[in-house]
Design a protein around this ligand. Sequence first.
Ligand code: ATP
Length: 297
Amino acid sequence: INVFYQPIEKIAAVVETYPKGIAGFSRYRDLLATEPDIADRPDAVAVEAVRGGVGFEGVGFGYDPGRPILKGVDLVVRPGETVAFVGPSGAGKSTLLSLVPRFYDVGAGRITIDGRDVRDFTLASLRRQIGIVQQDVFLFAGTIGENIAYGRLGATEEEIMAAARRARLGEMIDSLPNGLGTVVGERGVQLSGGQKQRVAIARVFLKDPPILILDEATSALDSETEHAIQAALSELSQGRTTLVIAHRLATIRHADRIVVISDGRVAEHGDHDRLVAAGGRYRQLVEAQALTLAGAS
Ligand code: ATP
């Protein structure tokens, strides 16, 4: 289940900007319906210019009271570090990271950014600190330029195109008759799954947040597209704290740290070589995916 349906911009802003006909608008309504308790505290402060350290302190959470998903996750992520989360399907990786931008609030413990509880911040300012690239990319009816500018409303055309190039979309856009002004979606040019993902990456380049959450694609892409996306993502993660939900272990072996989530807790963490040598859960996962342990890196 993908708990990252929601683009993270403030819902009110979206509603004001695109009052009608926004593709997938019902998702916002669903979101509103599922998170009635997520609101600014009366004394919430706007957070600015964080360094990007993320702390998980005894984090507990369940969607249903009787069924805990997270049972006490403890982890300290340093500013700029790339941490990949792995574990069996349904272990709670997506759920854990959805608590950082407060799509849900922790049931126990707390999540901090630069040492301060995320619930101390206004939602809008918190979510400005976090960029998300997920599998299901949300495109609305409009031009490709407008869809990228959604990362930062008010960006100039030069800024949008620069972000598109960094996301490896430059050649594709150059080849379109109307460039950034080309309408996408049902009434215009259809984008492939890989191109949509690069739109999502371009949005985050524009937004330029200190913290990045990547929900890695599970669906197979052709190897050229895959390569372009990996290159764009690795550039995107430079200088940002990056939290990756990993499904394919091969793409995360160079993460600074790999965290195995199992039974609602951190089962082990370390870099690839250390965890393989430790012979624990990670190694089992690696062997299950038949990744060549001694393969060239
Ligand atoms: P995967 O690798 O398959 O993406 P995951 O480790 O990311 O799995 P989650 O998606 O976080 O796991 O799901 C953890 C558990 O929570 C699963 O049992 C899932 O069915 C449940 N779950 C996820 N989202 C919701 C939701 N919105 N409402 C209720 N239950 C949910």
